[in-house]
Design a protein around this ligand. Sequence first.
Ligand code: ATP
Ligand code: MG
Length: 325
Amino acid sequence: MSNLKISNVIPPPVDGDSKLDLVRIEDEPQPRHALVWDTTVERQVRQIIAERRARKRLEESGLSAPTSVLFSGPPGVGKTEGARQVASALGLPLVILDLATILSSLLGKSGSNLRQVFDYAKRTPCVLLLDEIDAIAKHRDDSGDVGELKRLVTVLLQEIDLWPATHLLIAATNHVQLLDSAVLRRFEQTIVFPRPDASQLTILGESLSSKAVTRVPASWTKLLADLLSDTSYSDYVRDLNRVRRSTVLGGQKEGVTAIKEIVIERNDALSREARKRVAVSLVADVKISQREASRITKIARETLKSALQGVSIDDGSAEVPAGSG
Ligand SMILES: Nc1ncnc2c1ncn2[C@@H]1O[C@H](COP(=O)(O)OP(=O)(O)OP(=O)(O)O)[C@@H](O)[C@H]1O
Ligand SMILES: [Mg+2]
């Protein structure tokens, strides 16, 4: 496979002045770990893969497979991972261009750098990911040179129009509302990536833990999912790994300390109902005292006590994590 790498066949484009790479190339893109999708996102992503695979058949019927798709959503919800998954499923390399990199080119060079990247991507079958496409829009407010930016948008529009049907272009943005309407209109489809809910995070936590040597109890991954619900997959992975690292190095005691820290960080963002659930879980699953659970969640002792009534408190012995891997 190595001699077939796109980067070996044609040298990747570099900035003429700084000689820095303009793109990142993943010859064999692979998502970092198992992904969990919202059902609508999953269906839409699958559809794109299926239609791209059936491109010829669609063309025979006078139809075309999507060639440009916009992934929209807040940070850490899987836009880049989704692009990786699509490229991987299609067996294509992923060429990633961060628009912010292009904008940092010397004055007058951003348009030609952008053109270079498109020329490069068009020469080999690949998925081109335009990351942070809203950087252009955001830049508009603080740019000293409006003309330069206008030229860049013009190049972008032209290149999207010239994009070949054999290739797939994916653009990602955190701020779809900032996008130039002419740019937005060029994309055949937009997929909106929502923030994950607690049940999606729980599934992710279970899947990440299933391969781990040192496991944290399932009740902990669930508690973290409740705490991180409505933030992002990346925040959840970060905090789960924080607890896992503490557990590997210091055993359950350190794991508990990490969980308490995360509760304190997240508590003010939670609804009262969620705080109550967290307090109950801290006592029932993490085995901290009612007094402490009440203090860090700001749920009154009496409220916690009555919420705990009827909650079975298992002794956790089946899942006590080992002190070391
Ligand atoms: N759907 C998902 N399932 C499981 N993990 C995910 C998912 N989405 C994101 N993650 C985790 O979050 C990390 C960041 O995801 P990704 O880079 O795709 O976010 P993004 O939406 O592109 O964010 P940004 O807007 O900051 O670029 C991933 O490496 C992965 O650990
Ligand atoms: Mg991204």
